[in-house]
Design a protein around this ligand. Structure first.
Ligand code: NAD
Length: 258
């Protein structure tokens, strides 16, 4: 039996891609889209007669994929927990304390997964960066460089911080060791510091490079996003994986077996 799928934020950029890609997933059956408008998904250009609803329905056993707005996150998580629905959310901008408490509360009754970056490749890069940093040891200088389109407001990117945090955790360092950009008379590079640099260029979807440089060699780890579809593909993979799991908090590394 295909798993009923409900997409919250259905009329948005990500919601639309998720719905279109979900049509090709035999293990998932689109049950409904939810946004601030009513009708059917055909109004969004999606080849499905499933309804477009203004509020989340109660469908025990369904999986909700949420790419909407941070102001909706806690209510979506509570609704899933109260109605026996699994949650996969990629919505960003939820204040960290609110995110943690909403996930913890929902995880008592439902399987929940939240990821700042749903790309399968990025999650593998995060894990690999931590592994390389630990294996190479303190004699290798590490720097992270990210590039995004010229409309992006925050810098460095959340994904650059995710890579940095994984390296910090693997090597016993803290965020105090991060140096976001360098400017002026900063002196020689301090051993153990990790530079994080942001480029803003044209329509770049998202590039991340991690340099590991010793005396005599350089290892480069990189990820280049060609299309936003990769976030939707990761979310659909997480939805198929989380359906039927016991209540609890899960991360993309669980989905990918990393
Ligand atoms: P968008 O603005 O195009 O779409 C958001 C949709 O959510 C809109 O249609 C809006 O009407 C709807 N919405 C907002 N509040 C709602 C509510 N209370 N109830 C129902 N619907 C509501 O944005 P987008 O580019 O699709 O991104 C959505 C979110 O996903 C953002 O937080 C973005 O940062 C995040 N995102 C995450 C990843 C990832 O990999 N984790 C990737 C891309 C985008």
């Amino acid at each position: 039996m295909p798993i009923p799928l409900i997409v919250h934020g259905a009329a948005g950029r990500m919601g639309n891609v998720i719905l279109r890609l979900a049509l090709a997933e035999p293990g998932l059956a689109i049950h409904a889209g939810v946004d601030r408008v009513s009708g059917t998904l055909r109004a969004l250009g999606v080849a499905s007669d499933a309804p477009l609803l203004p509020v989340l329905p109660a469908v025990p056993g369904a999986v909700v994929i949420d790419f909407s707005h941070h102001s909706a996150f806690s209510a979506v998580a509570a609704h899933c927990a109260a109605n026996g629905m699994a949650l996969v959310s990629g919505t960003t901008g939820v204040p960290p304390a609110e995110l943690a408490s909403a996930l913890d509360a929902a995880a008592v009754r439902a399987p929940v997964l939240h990821a700042m970056n749903m790309s399968v490749g990025v999650n593998v890069v995060v894990k690999t960066a931590a592994h390389l940093a630990k294996a190479l040891g303190p004699d290798y200088d590490i720097e992270i460089v990210e590039a995004h389109h010229n409309l992006k407001k925050d810098a460095p990117s959340g994904t650059a911080f995710a890579i940095a945090d994984a390296i910090l955790a693997a090597t016993g360092r803290t965020r105090a060791d991060l140096v976001p950009g360098r400017d002026g008379d900063v002196g020689a590079r301090r051993k153990g510091e990790i530079g994080v640099h942001a480029l803003r260029l044209g329509d770049v979807v998202g590039d991340h490079s991690v340099y590991f440089v010793g005396n005599g060699e350089r290892i480069l780890l990189g990820h280049v996003a060609h299309t936003r579809d990769l976030f939707a593909k990761g979310a659909l993979r997480a939805a198929a994986w989380i359906a039927g799991r016991p209540p609890g908090r899960y991360v993309m590394a669980d989905v990918l077996g990393l």
